[in-house]
Design a protein around this ligand. Sequence first.
Ligand code: ASP
Length: 540
Amino acid sequence: MYRTHTCGELRLQHLGQTVTLAGWVQKVRNLGAMTFVDLRDRYGITQLVVEEHSPEQIRNAVAHIGREYVIQATGTVIERASKNPKMETGDIEVALSELRILNTSEVPPFTIEDKSDGGDDLRMKYRYLDLRRNPVKNALILRHTMAQRVREYMDREGFLEIETPYLIKSTPEGARDFVVPSRMNPGEFYALPQSPQTFKQLLMVSGFDKYFQIVRCFRDEDLRADRQPEFTQIDCEMSFVEREDILRTFEGLAKHLFRTILGVEFPEAFPRITWHEAMARYGSDKPDTRFGMEFQDLTQTVKGSGFVVFDSAEYVGAIVAPGCAGYTRKQLDELTEFVKRPQVGAKGLVYVRFEADGNVKSSVDKFFSPDQLKAWGSQCGANPGDLMLIIAGERKRSLTALCELRLEMGSRLGLRDKTKFAPMWVVDFPLLEWDDETQRFYAMHHPFTSPKPEDVALMDSDPGRVRADAYDFVVNGVEVGGGSIRIHDSQLQHKMFEVLGFTPENAEKQFGFLMNAFKYGAPPHGGIAFGFDRWCSLFG
Ligand code: ASP
């Protein structure tokens, strides 16, 4: 037997016991008369002690061990003279009677400590060593626990976990596929699934009315902070459901995870807002609602005073940063630089300071009287001491820029607290998105998403205005999940393909297998998929 206990286990209750531990040497401290060794495994660290009167074999062995050596240590659990309340095992130490070196180690290229001296590249190169560090190890443990809690809830709700193939025909999430050449059929390729979307819909046709899977998905996209070429989804689908059933079921899953992992309760239903409202109030379909600073639309208010930037703008929007009237010239210049960055995309920034003494100062004093500025202030709910920041221009661009600015101000004011959670549903997304470059509509979600029944008639007359029965689950500005009620009527599906510009032949070629299946009694169905990695990082 290599060990009787783990390195995280021993307490005062074990005093006097002879134990054997195995693990990695974290640290050796030779104090002359005594040598201390910190021994580490997945479970924790235990201090070993070698004393002057310890057997010579041990004193020799301990003189030869270095960081990350793998050792087996046997000894007696004794009470520490100076206890370490910061360590779980800090009340005891093990007085060694036997020490075996199981393997040596080269000096590791960075310190295996919570705060390592290794940079990202180095730690990635030696990822197996990085994984010995608590922050990274704990992230993997959290991921495991999350997966277990998901399975627990889904099983309880009657969902079946079903695997779907990886080497498949192309799937429709709108990203690029990864392809795998087929050895058996030279010149032909498999695609890796961007998601199991079509499979889960086929499973509904087969009658598995509650499906889920924790599954790897592959999208050949450029790397971004929260996007990776391979990622994991909690993929779910249900039959005989309306949107309400899905939101209820998965709000339940979210609450279960918040409760069992973080101990956070949400007694109320999660707030819901429509996509249009989210765009108007936050300039984003994934708003961070941990703080207010909502957009105020000044487009009509500010026109007609000869300030061409406002007069020619499709949209003029403001946010009010509480208590920031004292921002210095330098800070305002910084913010202007910030909004002008290409990723943010504004042309400039207008500010109005509502000073504590009631005076108003702005960068557009030449064009607007103090009374006009004060009127903006009361329209937007600005108080003395507040700073109003205004962006003007083309609507979509300005909304995006103001969204970035709002987030930046939220961060500067410490309002984006990692330990606070603001979950919500964004509903009623547009079904289609117009692309100027290719002059055609694209499915905002994917081509199987159902329009809202009351908007179906608009499919012919005004497709851009059709709302989808689609929903996203958003927490703290992160899109954690998204899904929709699906089209199960073949007429409507054909209409959708037509609006998306597929010829009947192309639609048949790409999705014929699914359309064919739908001829054999497709039940009404809908689903959702959560980004498992995003959810874990939010909880981590
Ligand atoms: N398959 C979709 C996605 O990956 C989610 C869904 O509609 O269920 O975004």
